[in-house]
Design a protein around this ligand. Structure first.
Ligand SMILES: NC(=O)C1=CN([C@@H]2O[C@H](COP(=O)(O)OP(=O)(O)OC[C@H]3O[C@@H](n4cnc5c(N)ncnc54)[C@H](OP(=O)(O)O)[C@@H]3O)[C@@H](O)[C@H]2O)C=CC1
Ligand SMILES: O=C(CO)COP(=O)(O)O
Length: 350
């Protein structure tokens, strides 16, 4: 049994307490400076306010100020922060990481560089670690369809753990696997991470059609699954095109974090709620206001990749016409456009 420290007491970081506690590990859950209310609630009642569930017996909860204590002697460190917290994690938690202690992150996103190059979050984290740790710490990530509430309910869940060191991945799988948490391994970090990130952008895209259906009325005649299905397929196609650009594999390892996670994300959660509000006719500013305070990875990833694409196109590495759905989403989010899906631009590749 090992000592595992989870940094970030948001929904997904906390949900990992279940498989880890079920496996008999010593689990420490540490809040970020932004998690003070969650930590206070956990200390008072052991109920996580966002998951609305009592955390497993034996999990010890730490405030951000106690992170050095929470990380002392940890044998695995889990990053539960969102993409907005990657910088904080690398710079603050990085001080306490040790060679031989792997890190595994639930965070979904990519980072665009000034020249448009897209890098994975494990790589973005590595670049921000204290120099002495950059090549010493194994940085791994989780992709795949895993809604935090469902993992906390111990529903059958299959995910991909990705990283560059097969021995470390095997050790992580042994640490986390339970009869309900099934782990595939992949060394295709780019492939897994591009899909894990992009499915949030495309779930927002499918959500547009769900919102349009709701706006048309909930009766049987107003059912509109054709548009949703077409957007789902276009999302998968654009993900595949981004894999071609980024050099991620296009084989088995990306089905679960790509189409698999897109499927589950369309059925609930924050991303599809945002897409639905936009599909119902709200502007992004109005929809954002309705969802104030919620983590919206979809907005961040769509914005970052749409910002990168013209730069990649100028370098001859991408074609803008290959990403009509993503670029439409970006115009809605960042340029005040209302939903007006460019159907004729889909599925085309001259
Ligand atoms: N929810 C889910 O079912 C799943 C989520 N994920 C991914 O996991 C990641 C976390 O999501 P989730 O747990 O749902 O989100 P939450 O909003 O519940 O948690 C986000 C975590 O990141 C921290 N954080 C946010 N911004 C910063 C910052 N600037 N500096 C330091 N810490 C910060 C949080 O603090 P605070 O809570 O105060 O914002 C919190 O600990 C995301 O990348 C998401 O896509 C992956 C699989 C499933
Ligand atoms: O990343 C997620 C599921 O994979 C979280 O989904 P939402 O952000 O849409 O809630």
């Amino acid at each position: 049994m090992s000592i595992i420290t989870i940094v970030g007491a948001g929904m997904m970081g906390t949900a990992l307490c279940w498989p880890l506690a079920d496996n008999g590990h010593t689990v420490r859950l540490g809040g970020t400076p932004l998690d003070e209310e969650i930590v206070a609630s956990l200390h008072a009642t052991r109920i996580h306010p966002k998951l609305q569930r009592r955390i497993p017996e034996g999990v010890t909860v730490y405030r951000a100020a106690q992170l050095p204590e929470a990380l002392a002697g940890a044998e695995v460190v889990v990053s539960g922060v969102s993409s907005f917290g990657v910088d904080w994690f690398a710079r603050t938690v990085g001080e306490y990481l040790r060679p031989g202690v792997p890190v595994i992150a639930v965070t979904k996103g990519l980072e665009d560089q000034p020249d448009g190059t897209l890098i994975t979050l494990p790589e973005a984290t590595r670049r921000r670690l204290p120099p002495a740790m950059r090549e010493q710490v194994s940085l791994n990530a989780i992709g795949g369809p895993c809604i935090a509430h469902e993992l906390a309910a111990r529903r059958q869940t299959a995910v991909v753990f990705c990283g560059t060191d097969e021995a470390v991945l095997a050790r992580l799988r042994q640490t986390f696997t339970t009869p309900y948490y099934h782990i595939w391994l992949s060394t295709d970090v780019t492939g897994v991470e591009v899909c894990a990130a992009m499915k949030n952008a495309y779930a927002l895209g499918v959500g547009l059609a769900v919102g349009m259906m709701e706006q048309a009325g909930a009766d049987g005649l107003a059912r509109m699954y054709n548009p949703q299905a077409a957007l789902f397929a276009q999302g998968c196609l654009e993900m595949r095109r981004l894999l071609e650009i980024t050099g991620g594999g296009m084989e088995n390892d990306t089905w679960l974090p790509g189409p698999g996670d897109l499927y589950v994300t369309v059925f609930g959660g924050r991303t599809v709620r945002l897409g639905k509000l936009l599909g119902q006719g709200l502007s992004f500013a109005e929809a954002r206001q309705q969802m104030a305070g919620e983590t919206l990875e979809s907005v961040e990833i769509a914005t970052r990749v749409a910002r990168a694409l013209p730069k990649l196109a100028a370098r001859g590495l991408a074609k803008l016409e290959d990403f009509p759905l993503l670029l439409h989403i970006d115009r809605i989010l960042n340029h005040g456009e209302r939903v007006n899906l460019p159907w004729e631009a889909f599925f085309n590749r001259p």
